[in-house]
Design a protein around this ligand. Structure first.
Ligand SMILES: [Zn+2]
Length: 356
């Protein structure tokens, strides 16, 4: 069996695991800074695969894959990152009529959450559901319901409880600073398209779990130490700004953008050459292109001017590392996103090819 078919053959079992994990973790709410539940779930899966799971003080998950080749002990390791945090919101205040005013976590258009079901997570562990609406949500009542701007201060949450005053809402236990998560609406089409919110970057996290599955199943021996960091504040800009000091190479797995003059599709793995924070490592990008070409992995080279990643956060954090960014193509990012299982496969193959 030649190398190409070997990679393709082995990846299918890891890909199935990736898809299973993705469906599970999409369903566990995790706006930036509220990732404990999803990391607890991931930790149990990681331990099942035979790896150890640790957490940094700020709450990022760390998984270590020690090298099997003891001759290379002096070499610094590779860090693979993906972010488990997603967009979301917080209770900013409670209005006199019992509606909730929210503040955004991460960058999204208000139009993309208008009409979405959401959950408020109270500090007493209880939850209340609701719907995100504009403050003029009915065309039968407001002449400018269609034309009014959708800005944060013109949006509110209608709770699914009998509340008509601020006091009613307070009596439920809701307070300022309670996290709000959006319903992800995960679904998979027969043609292999995966539709959901938060594919950015839970698809990346699931791919890293698929990678672990691959290492475990195939008893792969690595020539360098590999550490995985699952960051929890990427959407607010500082996910992997700290990384372990034994690292000199960072590969971030995060979504590829689609549209305008970009070439990435929902079936490709994107290799980002430059984003809003500047160019990625020239040599690493060359290496990734070579691996993709050698293994006939469908890839796209793109430049994302309105994008930054965990790799750029680590560089801005002052680390002396080389860094690159790859990930599955995701259409309509930060709204109702969509990718294809081919993009998961291509990203998994490129990742395995790079680390091997
Ligand atoms: Zn992302």
């Amino acid at each position: 069996m030649d190398r190409i078919s070997e990679v393709e053959f082995i990846v299918e079992s890891a890909l199935n695991y990736t898809k299973q994990i993705l469906e599970k973790i999409i369903d566990i709410p995790s706006p930036s800074g509220y990732c404990r539940n999803v990391l607890d779930y991931i930790a149990s899966e990681v331990k099942e695969l035979g790896f150890s799971f640790d957490m940094t003080a700020k709450g990022n998950g760390l998984i270590y894959i020690p090298q099997n080749d003891s001759n290379n002990n002096n070499e610094k390791g590779i860090l693979l990152t993906a972010h488990v945090d997603t967009l979301g919101a917080m209770v900013r205040s409670i209005k006199a009529d019992g509606k909730i005013r929210m503040t955004s976590i991460g960058g999204f258009m208000m139009q993309s959450v208008e009409g979405e079901y959401c959950t408020i997570h109270m500090r007493n562990q209880k939850t209340v559901t609701g719907t995100i609406l504009s403050t003029k949500p009915s065309v039968h009542v407001y002449n400018d319901a269609r034309s009014m701007e959708r800005t944060e201060d013109l949006m509110e949450i209608r709770l699914d409880e009998s509340v008509t005053s601020k006091e009613d809402v307070q009596a439920l236990g809701i307070t300022v600073g309670d996290y709000i998560s959006f319903d992800p609406r995960y679904s998979v089409s027969k043609s292999g398209y995966i539709k959901s919110r938060h594919l950015d970057d839970k698809a990346g996290v699931a791919i890293l779990m698929g990678f672990l599955h691959y290492i475990h199943e195939n008893q792969v021996s690595l020539s360098r130490d590999v550490t995985i960091m699952l960051s929890t504040y990427e959407e607010v800009g500082h996910g992997s700004s700290y990384i372990p000091m034994t690292i000199d190479t960072l590969l971030a797995i995060d979504m590829g953008a689609i549209g305008d003059d970009l070439t990435c599709t929902e079936k490709d793995v994107s290799i980002c050459v430059k984003d809003g924070r500047g160019p990625y490592d020239y040599g690493m990008v060359n290496e990734l292109i070579n691996i993709a070409q050698t293994h006939k992995i469908s890839y796209a080279l793109d430049i994302y001017p309105y994008y930054s990643s965990d790799a750029s956060a680590a560089l801005s954090g002052g680390h002396d590392i080389k860094a690159a960014l790859i990930g599955p193509g995701v259409h309509a990012s930060h709204t109702l996103e969509r990718t294809h299982e081919d993009a998961l496969r291509n990203t998994l193959q490129l990742l395995i090819g790079y680390v091997k």
